[in-house]
Design a protein around this ligand. Sequence first.
Ligand code: UDP
Length: 501
Amino acid sequence: MESFGVEGEYEKLKAIFLPFITPSHLVPVVDIARIFAMHGVDVTIITTPGNAAVFQSSIDRDASRGRSIQTHLVQLPHVPGLPEGVETINATTSKDIASKLFEALNKTIQTQFQQLLHQYKPDFFVSDMFYTWSVDAAAEFGIPRLIYVGGTYFAHCAMDSLERFEPHKKVESDDESFLIPGLPYNLEMTRSQIPERFKKPDDTFSYLMKIVKESEKRSHGSLFKSFYAFEGAYEELYRTIMGTKSWNVGPISSWVNQDAADKGSRGHGKEVEEGKGKEGWLAWLNSKKKGSVVYVCFGSMNNFSGTQIREIAHGLEDCGHDFMWVVRKIDEDESRAVVEEFEKRVEASEKGYLIWGWAPQLLILEHPAVGGVVTHCGMNTVIETVDAGLPMVTWPLFAEQFFNERLVVDVLKIAVPVGAKEWKTWGEFGNEVVGREKIAKAIGLLMGGGEEYEEVRRRVKALSEEAKKAIQIGGSSYNSLKDVIQEMKLLKLEKLKKPVA
Ligand code: UDP
């Protein structure tokens, strides 16, 4: 552990972290909080009991390692229509309940946060992008607000270009490609692949994202879990277009989760796989040859139609490679029965292994038997996969995932696209069904070992080396963390030196 000091340091920095309540925002913000605590900052994370249960074991381990880190719990108020115990927005949360949860959360956390600012007197705080009100709290309290926006710099730059130049309005149809101007790379996309909010600027979500962007610009700076070798050119462009500071602290997951207990329980709170016991997935991977297994996971928010689930099952069975598939949620009885039958069959033939619910992804990615990943291009998974040195089959679904796909396929050339064409609203199935042939073909190319794909493997291995260097002493992300902590200390010093009015 290294504490980054400045000359004349007089006491520890205190910070509050406000993570959001979806796994893919909660998990990285907690990891970022832990990295600050690992480097000498006194950290308090504010969340609800249900969300704390997901990460508290890591906080307890960090505290026993001598780090100053704790959780402050806030209770959600009763909101009509919000079922007892629902505190997280993920694949199992309906849209209606998600909006009630958002309302309840904002109601309670905003008031309690104001009280906590007075009680804890932090020197700065880190807020998830969705707590837009916290930018005013920072101004009122006279301390810096750092914002966590998620996503890649690449996606932020591309989305800014769409807002500014609206190239998608200049094409005739949804599947005609257009160029996104102003980027270091000639990025081509189609209207069907860009988020709905660019096509419906007046809907509620578009409005929310406008407010998020305003609060991003009014923040002291942004924290990203990326690293320079991954998308440095876009990091610089982001700073220019946003006119704010930003710091890179990635790959965060391997920096802060250094032992098997941290990695195994990350995002879940438990190390045990539901239904199959702790050793199930591990014993299966241990029985496989080096690099022979493709790991298939679509993150924490996916929700496929029964038809699509069946196509995935067939595609995996037809691809000719061993696979591990994380299945989250199947509402429809008939499709669930088909997948359960499929599971029995592929586990009996030892070709495949299914994990229901939550997989210990960090441990799986570092297992030598895993040779490739099918991903929906969620930013966390993309960085974790690159960090593990594994090439990808990309299958973007929603949010900024289609932009991330272009980064890894076209710019970095470390992935093979499955050929998805349609951006989907979260929680909706959309019209497109990616067929079994496309799925089997993309996996076959990636895992098949042809010369072109050996190059893909070499490139991602080289990037993985860079990821490892970034978080070592003197590395780009290490220096970035050092910079932001020193800046927070200098701001604290300046504030203390100011004469009291
Ligand atoms: N994750 C995991 N096990 C799972 C599903 C997801 O550990 O079964 C973790 C994954 O490692 C990543 C995060 O949850 O850190 C998912 O974030 P991502 O940005 O990839 O996708 P999202 O959930 O936002 O769609």
